[in-house]
Write a protein that binds this ligand. Structure first.
Ligand SMILES: Cc1ncc(COP(=O)(O)O)c(C=O)c1O
Length: 421
């Protein structure tokens, strides 16, 4: 029996994701969509292949995996079911999500209003790659509504921020920023990698476009690299100098139309079908894993705060965080697995890292394994001292991503390493 719309609204997050049907039933009745690991798709005759290429079909066929693929589409549909987004484009990485989304809206002479507190490659993409194309990144303090408003002008094509900045653990109050952007007709783009859809509803807080590194929570334990761009269909792109030239587009915004029909296929950073398969499985356990690591992270953050060698802990659910009220308002769970903490010096950070036995020294976030890194000397290691200062990266800060190990084992590992400092 078919489900009604109200049945779907009542379903839990995991039920919606797990129950999302394949577009076409598998001929063998496979319960998980098999991997379509092929490049090309065959057509019965020349008229039907022409119709597919000219977008004349009622239900679009797949033609070539760089453009669309059944396994990738299955992941996109699970993300739609999880988030309520109108359109989803899966791509090869989180950076491909950010670059493809921005390449869809920028033009020479435009600007983006953002924070200097960004993931290293995002900062580099804005400050170097886009700057070379004549796009200015206006970096403001996103805690200040006045600064945001003053930076916007008629050539502002987006406000961009990270949901919880990495590694500063700051949160922009999207609910308060949204009316300013609406009044000035500027879209809000949020990188929500740090808290997925089971803990945060982007559209509720005014995000028009969401970009995500699916490498992190979605991949199901660091199985693969991927990214996604979500369009909530909430923004009117008429005033964008490029997108405004697109007339009425079929069942999607001008943003998604250009992204899917031009930008994503021209840049060619498509998601691999094997990756889509792994990440579709990751989606099915996302809620369970996210809750487990978030609860454990809160416990580890509270523990770290009580250790005399630890100078400061960054985790937005802690009473000590200046962002606690915003964190409680925006997230329906504890805010994920990323914790930062400061020791006395870089030397102490290195000593602690070198003595850990359970927690691994590695970059990445939201693996099933707990990972630790010293951002100043690694992710930001090739930026100049001045640049690091501008980006707010401290040399005595460590970033910990809490995994699925027993939380008591993690605390014991941290304590024995602190004992040896
Ligand atoms: C907040 C954030 N956005 C984007 C990225 C880039 O993702 P990817 O490595 O999948 O390209 C990262 C990577 O760590 C990240 O932390």
């Amino acid at each position: 029996m078919d489900k009604t719309e109200s049945d779907c609204q009542q379903e839990s997050f995991s039920t919606r994701v797990i129950a999302e049907p394949f577009r076409k039933k598998d001929i063998h009745g496979a319960i998980t969509l098999p991997i379509y690991r092929n490049a090309a798709f065959e057509f019965a005759d020349s008229e039907s292949i022409a119709a597919a290429f000219q977008n004349r079909e009622e239900i679009p066929s797949h033609t070539y995996t760089r453009i669309t693929n059944p396994s990738v589409e299955n992941l996109e549909n699970k993300i739609k079911a999880a988030s309520g987004a109108q359109n989803v484009q899966a791509v090869a990485s989180g950076m491909a999500a950010i670059s493809n989304a921005l390449m869809t809206i920028v033009y020479s002479g435009c600007n983006i209003v953002t924070s200097p507190h960004l993931f290293g490659n995002t900062f580099s993409f804005f400050k170097f790659t886009l700057a070379a194309l004549g796009v200015e990144a206006r970096m403001v303090n996103t805690d200040s509504l006045e600064e945001i408003e003053a930076a916007i002008d008629e050539n502002t094509v987006a406000f961009f921020c990270e949901l919880i900045t990495n590694p500063h653990t700051e949160i922009a109050d999207l609910e308060k920023i949204s009316p300013i952007l609406r009044a000035k007709n500027v879209p809000m783009i949020v990188d929500s990698t740090i808290v997925p859809w089971c803990g945060f509803s982007a559209a509720k807080f005014g995000a028009d476009i969401e970009v995500v590194s699916t490498t992190k929570y979605i991949s199901g334990g660091a199985t693969s690299i991927g990214g996604a761009i979500l369009d909530y269909g909430t923004f009117n792109w008429r005033k964008n100098k490029i997108l405004g030239m697109y007339g009425k587009t079929p069942e999607m915004s001008q943003f998604s139309f250009r992204l899917k029909r031009e930008i994503a296929r021209n840049f060619g950073a498509c998601m691999d079908p094997d990756v889509a398969y792994l990440q579709s499985l990751g989606m099915e356990t996302l809620e369970l894993r996210f809750k487990a690591v978030s609860d454990a992270a809160y416990e580890v953050a509270t523990f770290l705060e009580a250790q005399p060698e630890v100078k400061k802990v960054g985790y937005t659910a802690l009473e000590s965080s200046p962002y606690k009220a915003i964190s409680d308002k925006m997230f329906t769970t504890k805010p994920g697995a990323m914790i930062t903490f400061n020791l006395e010096s870089q030397e102490k950070c290195y000593q602690l890292m070198d003595r850990l036995q359970v927690i691994r020294r590695a970059t990445n976030l939201f693996d099933n394994k707990s990972l630790i890194i010293h951002p100043y000397s690694t992710i930001y290691g090739t930026f100049s001292k001045d640049m690091k200062e501008k980006m707010g990266i401290e040399d005595n800060l460590l970033r910990l991503s809490v995994g699925l190990e027993g939380v008591e084992d993690l605390k014991r590992d941290l304590r024995q390493a602190l004992d040896k400092l």
